[in-house]
Design a protein around this ligand. Sequence first.
Ligand SMILES: CC(C)(COP(=O)(O)OP(=O)(O)OC[C@H]1O[C@@H](n2cnc3c(N)ncnc32)[C@H](O)[C@@H]1OP(=O)(O)O)[C@@H](O)C(=O)NCCC(=O)NCCS
Length: 320
Amino acid sequence: MARHPLQPTRFVVTNSVVPSPEVIHARSQHPITDRKQDFDGILLLLSDSYTLLSDVNTWSFSRFAGWTVYSAPKDLSRLLHLWRTEAGKLVGFAIIDGGRDTWVVTHPAYRDIERDIFTWVEQDWPAEGNLRVTYAEFADSHRRAVLTAQGYREGRESEYMHKYDLSKVSRTYALEPGFTIRDVATDGDHLGRAALTHEVFHPGEPLPENYRPRRHLVPSYDATLDLAAFSPEGKPVAFATGWLNPENGSAETEPVGTRADYRQRGLAKALVTEAFKRLADRGATYAHIASAPKPAVSNFLCDGLGPVSKLRFVRWIETM
Ligand SMILES: CC(C)(COP(=O)(O)OP(=O)(O)OC[C@H]1O[C@@H](n2cnc3c(N)ncnc32)[C@H](O)[C@@H]1OP(=O)(O)O)[C@@H](O)C(=O)NCCC(=O)NCCS
């Protein structure tokens, strides 16, 4: 497969693409008031940001969509907070994910509110223990300056976000004899896919009793993009799910995994290639895959697929 060199990525927006802020100084902040409307507003903010930046802005749309279905508890008052312009436009949010980790996402035209958001987080979301953790893209000098001024220090890498040009990636792959790829639209086996995903990410732990699959509850879920590879004996052994953002045609592939006893046989690469092909056929131009930082083995897969760029997210830590 042709390799595409990594381009240096700068999280910088030019004035030609970013609209002028509606209102610069007047703004309001509040917790979630209308779950459906506010979630839709966040998805729109992420989509608009993607269109302006041509890249993922801190949180990908499928990560947020998945969070609403898998992780969002009933009471969100201390987990998700929104910032709006005076005219009501949603331009930023702060979200706590995974216990004490705070993520701050702002619209590219309203980045001046980041300082206010971090100050608000500091005052209104007390840190657990003596640590506060947040995240920034490595080359994002604006976020870097805000966090340094707030007393955070840079920590280790947390995640890479790879970007693929779907007009350039390979559309072909080879499977070992007897292996097949099938989507959930064909067999409807949501529970089987959930068990396989659980086995890969929690090896040796059985799927909890009465587990109810939920992936298909995400509004942008498309069963024809929910792929698994089957062994010659008909056992599901690897998976990759594609997501298409209907707002702007951006795409993601998440999660991806192969059972430990079937790794390094080209299954994940074949599944992602098939997912990319289907996403491109539905009009997507770019797709993204998140991975743990090096030396995680997922980087062999992600690099081998030929990304055109890679964002590197870094943890920032404040010790109280
Ligand atoms: C990452 C993972 C999905 C790879 O699955 P896989 O089926 O073994 O991957 P493939 O056989 O298709 O290999 C893809 C490429 O990565 C390389 N590769 C995979 N594992 C490797 C390893 N342990 N060491 C060196 N290279 C490796 C392959 O040689 C291949 O390289 P190529 O592009 O030059 O052909 C699998 O290890 C896994 O499920 N890990 C745990 C879950 C996880 O991390 N998921 C996140 C994925 S983003």
